[in-house]
Design a protein around this ligand. Structure first.
Ligand SMILES: NC(=O)c1ccc[n+]([C@@H]2O[C@H](COP(=O)([O-])OP(=O)(O)OC[C@H]3O[C@@H](n4cnc5c(N)ncnc54)[C@H](OP(=O)(O)O)[C@@H]3O)[C@@H](O)[C@H]2O)c1
Length: 328
């Protein structure tokens, strides 16, 4: 079997483009004891990979390694038979040789794509940030940036289900419409609109902001700070505006001192023990129709670089996944 892999050809310095990646066709290795070959079905396009690619954590001329879901093709571990549906951190490749100690089973009531999206670490991230740290109350105004992305779309809807008034921030008119019409946001404003974001937020949040779920950092966070109410909660999830722009600066949060605000930075990796319960709860909300989750698929491993670049800057809504083959 010939395996197609996507290698990191050069570091994104300063900007990332397709020349950072290279395709390689190589004979597939056999699994050693305690290993399996996984046939990947979905690769997750996650913004943090942009940071990894710029750092020594990813080696040059080696495959990108990222969250993915698939099916065991060949096994050298009797506890993990062929055909088992799994997710883990696999190569950007049609096939990956993986130690079974690094595998997670995908339950029968979860699709492979959602196991690495709404019912996976994206859903858990949204849950921890929006509910545990945001603690939204019915009278609260909650603002979510990158409001229609994979994490943001779930965070905003969870806050809405808790009874809060939810305002989204996104880039394009189409995304603003999607936020209100499809995801149930009470209002949505653009950080790239005709009016400065601060003015648009002031109009959309007449009582100020009680909770801010930050996916973006930078100038968007800067515009939110003056509107925060006393005792506001900030769930500091990510700073995507800075990942591809090392020159951008972070606002000085020490100015919140005296307001009683709390800013909680968090990593989903510290909350993985809760994944089964949160995954099941989100699964129920999806089945009940209480939660909307949109997936955008880009077909073929050879298009993984394009999909990743689009996920950072494109017009997609929801989760972007590279799809390989047609089994779910
Ligand atoms: N803390 C954790 O453990 C954890 C776990 C997972 C993810 N995260 C973080 O959560 C955030 C969201 O992740 P995701 O996977 O759901 O990705 P995502 O929100 O779908 O990210 C892509 C979107 O980010 C927006 N964006 C890109 N550059 C921007 C800029 N300069 N200013 C404002 N918006 C910008 C774009 O939307 P527009 O068209 O609206 O610009 C783009 O479509 C990321 O910051 C990620 O690093 C954190």
């Amino acid at each position: 079997v010939i395996n197609t892999r996507v290698l990191l050809a050069k570091r994104p310095a300063p900007k990332m483009d397709e020349s950072c990646f290279r395709l390689e066709l190589i004979p597939l290795a056999a699994p050693g004891p305690g290993e399996v070959v996984v046939r990947s079905r979905y690769l997750s396009c996650d913004p943090y990979l942009r940071l990894e690619m710029a750092s020594e954590r990813f080696a040059l001329d080696q495959p990108i390694r990222a969250r993915a879901a698939g099916v065991i093709e060949t096994s050298a571990d009797p506890a993990w038979p062929e055909g088992t549906r799994v997710w883990g951190f696999f190569d950007w490749a049609d096939f990956s040789v993986v130690p079974t100690s690094a595998l997670h089973r995908v339950s029968a009531d979860t699709t492979l794509s959602q196991a690495i999206g709404a019912q996976g670490m994206n859903g858990l991230t949204a849950w921890v940030g929006a509910l545990d740290f945001g603690r939204p109350q019915p009278a609260d105004t909650v603002v979510v940036s990158s409001a229609v992305g994979s994490v943001g779309s779930i965070a905003g809807q969870l806050a809405h289900l808790a009874g809060a008034r939810v305002v989204g921030i996104a880039g394009s008119e189409a995304k603003l419409r999607h936020a209100v019409d499809d995801l149930g946001y009470d209002a949505a404003v653009s950080y790239r609109g005709a009016h400065p974001l601060g003015e648009a937020l002031t109009a959309a949040c007449p009582n100020g902001i009680d909770v801010y779920f930050d996916n973006v950092g930078g100038a968007v966070l800067e515009a939110v700070l003056p509107l925060l109410r006393p005792q506001a909660r900030l769930a500091m999830c990510g700073s995507i505006s800075r990942y591809d722009d090392p020159s951008s600066t972070a606002p000085d949060l020490s100015r919140l001192m005296g307001s009683g605000a709390t800013a909680q930075w968090f990593s989903v990796h510290h909350h993985l023990h809760r994944l089964p319960q949160v995954s099941a709860a989100i699964g129920r909300l999806l089945v009940d129709g209480a939660l909307t989750y949109v997936e955008t698929f880009v077909d073929g491993i050879e298009h993984a670089p394009t999909a990743f670049l689009q996920s950072l800057h494109g017009d997609h809504v929801g989760k972007v996944l590279v799809r390989i083959g047609d089994v779910n």
